[in-house]
Write a protein that binds this ligand. Structure first.
Ligand code: CTP
Length: 216
């Protein structure tokens, strides 16, 4: 199937790593599997894909931009917003980073460090600001309830928000499956069954394809 031929799709994947010193970082448990699955599916269906990722490069045809921090992800994504048809923000981006990165390894003998944090750039907010016509998809990893997700979809200004409960069976970080709930811009909520991340990717692209053909 080459139904996405002519589309330009940008996907973020993985979890950012914010350095404390040359050895340690603040990170999160995102594996990059969901973003990878979306990028893989889009490429297989004929799209021109850019994958901005903290994970190791995948084995399909795409422009791969390797990043580590939220700042690097922001710069990589913001410079590529123009001309995209779809932007999918599947990465788990740190909200805070150490305010100072030590240039040499902190030593145990110095005792427990106090690590002051500062906010990172909101990559998605910057995308929405710069966007000129792409469909923007946000992700929300929640814990225990999706109650906040409808408000989040509205606040973020996305066309779709894909929310999941990372504590639910089969939906955790690193899992090959996911049970997601899709929230539309109008606030309507559609819980999808548990399926493989590849199936979630296919269904998400089907939905975007249907929405965009409605626009054309
Ligand atoms: N995101 C981003 N830049 C950040 C933080 C989050 O681009 N600094 C993006 C994520 O890629 C995701 C969406 O924003 O697509 C929602 O992320 P989430 O962490 O759920 O939202 P937050 O605004 O951080 O809300 P909260 O911390 O209250 O859950």
């Amino acid at each position: 199937m080459a139904d996405l031929t002519g589309w330009r799709v940008l996907v973020t994947a993985g979890g950012t790593r914010e350095p404390i010193d040359p050895v340690r970082y603040l990170g999160n448990r995102s594996s990059g599997k969901m973003g990878n699955a979306i990028a893989r599916e889009a490429a297989a269906r004929g799209a021109t894909v850019t994958l901005v990722t903290t994970a190791s490069p995948p084995d399909f045809e795409a422009e791969i931009v390797s990043v580590e921090t939220a700042q690097e992800m922001a710069e990589a994504v913001w410079s590529r917003v123009a001309n995209q048809d779809v932007i999918v923000m599947a990465a788990a981006v740190a909200d805070f980073r150490p305010a100072h990165t030590h240039s040499i390894k902190l030593s145990r003998s110095d005792g427990p460090p106090v690590i002051e944090l500062e906010p990172t750039p909101d990559v998605l907010a910057g995308v929405v600001e710069r966007n000129a016509g792409a469909a923007v998809v946000g992700f929300a990893a929640e814990t225990g309830t999706l109650d906040r997700a409808v408000d989040k979809a509205r606040a973020k200004g996305v066309d779709l928000l894909v929310a999941n409960d990372v504590l639910a069976d089969g939906s955790g970080f690193g899992s090959t499956t996911n049970q997601v709930t899709v929230i539309m811009a109008d606030g309507s909520v559609d819980p999808w069954p548990l399926m493989s991340k590849q199936e979630v990717a296919a269904r998400l692209l089907d939905l975007l394809s249907k929405q965009r053909s409605g626009l054309d």
